[in-house]
Design a protein around this ligand. Structure first.
Ligand SMILES: CC(C)(COP(=O)(O)OP(=O)(O)OC[C@H]1O[C@@H](n2cnc3c(N)ncnc32)[C@H](O)[C@@H]1OP(=O)(O)O)[C@@H](O)C(=O)NCCC(=O)NCCS
Length: 126
């Protein structure tokens, strides 16, 4: 990821998210948000429908807690003929009175541009 200021693709509170037995936010919920966030630059680049083909990497760095404000950043890293590898980073603000940004997870997902029949189609300009 670059050092230039970034806008999150998604920003949402982890207020009503499901929790695991330890009381932290369930990892599957975080993964779902990462998939949604990653699809945003992919759809933009593909100018249309994409499907998630693979999760190449997924790292949970710190637990997410109820009440955290979750921001997800995503950008296309590389592209092929119809596929795009997207880096997704998940950060939280834990205390709104003393904002500290913590990276809680990151991953790399592959999206494929598809046509109306769900078949791979070339990226525009590829
Ligand atoms: C992803 C999918 C469209 C690929 O179809 P396919 O007929 O196997 O396509 P191809 O083998 O021709 O590959 C097309 C592109 O996808 C890439 N790709 C396919 N599977 C991949 C995988 N597991 N990991 C990384 N890239 C993959 C290929 O490398 C190729 O990239 P390129 O065009 O940039 O060179 C198909 O497997 C599919 O529909 N999967 C289900 C998707 C889904 O339901 N996701 C969950 C909900 S969105």
């Amino acid at each position: 990821m670059s050092d230039t200021p970034r806008e999150p693709c998604l920003r949402l509170p982890a207020a009503a998210a499901p929790t695991n037995a330890g009381g932290d936010i369930f990892g599957g919920w975080i993964m779902a948000q990462m998939d949604i966030a990653g699809s945003i630059p992919a759809v933009r680049r593909a100018r249309g429908r994409v499907v998630t083909a693979a999760v190449e990497a997924m790292h949970f760095r710190r637990p997410v807690q109820r009440g955290d404000m979750v921001s997800l950043y995503a950008e296309v890293l590389t592209e092929g003929r119809s596929s795009m590898t997207v880096a997704v980073e998940v950060c939280v603000e834990r205390n709104p009175y003393e904002p500290e940004i913590l990276t809680v997870a990151d991953g790399r997902l592959v999206y494929v541009a598809v046509d109306a029949d769900g078949k791979p189609r070339p990226l525009p300009g590829a």
